[in-house]
Design a protein around this ligand. Structure first.
Ligand code: LLP
Length: 463
């Protein structure tokens, strides 16, 4: 279809239907630095480049859809977190956001530790050479095999999530003649202001042991009695995609309160406190995330103040950012397949991926931005909905966004801030093949996770 062959569709603010969008930006060719990876720019021909490579070349070499990851930006952000917290604290990158062996190596080189929450993540970490003592093992239902593997490998800590797990880990450690360092994950009863499915510190949910009713204190009593376990700290993770620091403040206050009770009851001052991850990033221009140094300062001050008031030595703080490190560093590159204007509504732009490479819009009503990246355009903005190729009408990647009105099949568009929880939550729905992850740096691109093939699919299907 030629660029002018389809009707214009809805364009102007006065005819727009209701939705989650602000007015179109003054210039659709502008790339808001808040949502794009740091080396992203538009070149003199109007084509977007990242790490010095243009997206047309990336699409030719690697195909679409593809997650394009800015390695320099990833390393910068990892380093910024590390530097902000300094040597008296630890930064554990949350592997669930996105994990691959290349990423593990970058983290190891940049001095970060790693949080894993399954045997698969542990295997990836170990196979890429992350020292086991820099790994924390999480999860509300770790299997016997997973625990045994983690203990054998010598992981730096296992984060205990239930009374039954306390006994399980102690038993396994003892049977291996080891004393395993552990933290206890507690729920502090904070309502984090985020989507219900990614809030984790209220009591009515599956993670952690409630502080309420003395349950966390009871868990501490039991752990302290078991020879196979060495209790090193208390863990709290309040949720994800959080901008408001007040939730952390309340959480720190309550965790320190527990540390004080432990000191009073058992005469032990636990050396560590982990405040989890959950710091928000910008998905659209409306989001205003904080910088790592501001977060580090705020968290350190809160813990210092609370400990001072409780007459406790300040424990070593750790945090577990996932999204805030990898999220902004990648975008998903798609090719436009069909463009369908619906009069008085919006224009549906179908791309060659969809909910199989980004489930977050369908699952959390997440908002994303999008831009035409293979060329610049001066056409009028049109209200668009970017949808995938799956057999389901909820297959939406970007619910409401403005794209140039001359968008046509074959154009490349990109959705920024897809580095976290997109590849890691990708599926094979409709037997669509999961996209590759391409790392770009200093004018060169390389595949760090290859595209899935039909052979991969059929290999699992043993007939
Ligand atoms: N630590 C613990 C114990 C966690 O459970 C999580 C995330 C993190 C750290 C990292 O949180 P982050 O800094 O990445 O927000 N799939 C959802 C997010 C689920 C997060 C689960 N736990 C999403 O796509 O928004």
């Amino acid at each position: 279809m030629s660029r002018s062959a389809h009707p214009a569709g809805p364009r102007h603010a006065d005819v727009l239907p209701e939705g989650h969008y602000s007015a179109p930006p003054a210039d659709l060719n502008d790339l808001d630095a808040k949502v794009w990876a740091r080396t992203v720019a538009r070149n003199a021909d109007g084509v977007v480049t990242v790490g010095g490579v243009d997206v047309k070349t990336l699409a030719e070499e690697h195909g679409t859809p593809a997650y394009i990851l800015d390695e320099a930006d990833f390393r910068d952000r990892a380093r910024a977190w590390r530097g902000a917290f300094g040597d008296d604290a630890d930064v554990f990158y949350a592997g669930k956001a996105f994990l691959s062996r290349a990423v593990v190596r970058w983290l190891a080189e940049e001095g970060l530790n790693l949080d894993v929450c399954s045997g698969g993540e542990l295997a990836t970490a170990l196979s890429a050479g992350m020292p086991a003592d820099r790994i924390a093992f999480h999860g509300n239902n770790k299997s016997h095999q997973e625990i045994e593997r983690a203990v054998r490998a010598g992981v730096g800590r296992i984060v205990l999530d239930s009374f039954q797990e306390i006994v399980r880990v102690a038993h396994i450690a003892q049977s291996l003649n080891k004393r395993q360092k552990v933290q206890i994950r507690i729920t502090v009863g904070v309502e984090a202001h985020t989507h219900e499915f990614i809030a984790t510190a209220h009591e009515d949910q599956k993670f952690g042991i409630p502080l309420a009713g003395g349950q966390a204190a009871e868990a501490v009593r039991r752990v302290l009695q078991l020879d196979g376990l060495e209790l090193v700290g208390i863990h709290s993770h309040i949720g994800s995609q959080i901008f408001d620091m007040s939730g952390f403040e309340v959480a720190a206050h309550r965790v320190v309160g527990l540390l004080k009770d432990i000191r009073d009851e058992h005469g032990v001052e636990l050396p560590e406190i982990d405040l989890g991850g959950g710091l928000g990033i910008a998905y659209t221009s409306d989001d205003d995330p904080r910088e790592p140094h501001e977060i580090a300062k705020a968290l350190t001050e809160i813990v210092d103040r609370e400990c001072h008031a409780a007459k406790l030595r300040t424990p070593r703080i750790s945090v577990e950012p996932g999204r805030a490190i990898v999220g902004p560093t990648a975008f998903t590159l798609y090719e436009v397949g069909t463009v369908k204007p619906l009069d008085g509504l919006r224009t549906y732009v179908s791309v060659d991926g969809g909910m199989s490479d980004n489930i977050r819009t369908a699952l959390y009503d997440a908002e994303y931005s999008v831009a035409l990246v293979s060329r610049a355009s001066d056409a009028e903005p049109m209200l668009a909905r970017v949808v995938g190729k799956h057999c389901e009408s909820g297959d939406i990647v970007v619910k409401d966004a403005f794209l140039p009105g001359d968008l046509a099949p074959g154009d490349l568009i990109a959705v920024p801030a897809t580095g976290a929880y997109c590849r890691s939550m990708a599926s094979n729905y409709n037997h669509v093949l999961r996209p590759p992850v391409i790392a770009v740096r200093d004018g060169a691109s390389r595949v760090i996770v290859r595209r899935e093939t039909e052979e991969d699919l059929l290999r699992l299907d043993v007939g």
